[in-house]
Design a protein around this ligand. Structure first.
Ligand code: T46
Length: 146
């Protein structure tokens, strides 16, 4: 995994009536959940994201269908295919992400540690690269828990 990212297995309660996955802040997910949003009906060929966050932590869960997530720092990159509603991809600060190859039926649920704040986004890759190199050199203490 790329620095400041990790995959989490979520506990599934299964019985004859189906499956249930509970998600609780500071328990299942290692931060306060201050915002929830979801992305769906993304057309073929569309690529979203193209940014990093300075502070935000997020958990991405593909609750239906499939989507690829490119995670990238100046040092490494990894593409993860999310297609299991009982798995969460945690992405901490200073990780570049792009989301693509959404299946027609994909629903990507995102749990976020902060309210929406455009000033937390770095949308220019060259600005990101410069800030991230400095940040990665000095900021182990900000790594998300594993
Ligand atoms: C991320 C990836 C995984 C809001 O007004 N409030 C919100 O909470 C969000 C997330 C977005 N918006 C507005 C801002 C834009 O006008 O919705 C529009 C689309 O947002 P954006 O282009 O940033 O969407 P993505 O799919 O590129 O990125 C989103 C999140 O913004 C981002 O934090 O990590 O999903």
């Amino acid at each position: 995994m790329v620095r400041n990212t990790s995959m989490m297995k979520l506990k599934v309660f299964t019985d004859q009536w189906g499956h249930l996955v509970p998600v609780e802040e500071n328990h299942t997910i290692p931060f306060d959940i201050k915002r929830v949003y979801y992305i769906y009906h993304v057309e073929k060929g569309v690529r979203r994201g193209f940014h990093s966050h300075r502070e935000l932590q997020q958990a991405l869960i593909c609750v239906h269908g499939e989507v690829k997530i490119l995670t990238k720092t100046p040092e490494e990159e990894l593409t993860i295919c999310l297609n299991n509603p009982s798995e969460a991809l945690l992405i901490g600060p200073m990780v570049w992400r792009e989301m693509y190859d959404f299946s027609d039926d994909a629903v990507l649920l995102v749990l976020a540690s902060e309210p929406y704040d455009e000033s937390d986004y770095i949308r220019d890759y060259s600005v990101y690269e410069k800030e991230a190199k400095n940040w990665l050199r000095s900021a182990q203490i900000h790594d998300i828990p594993r």
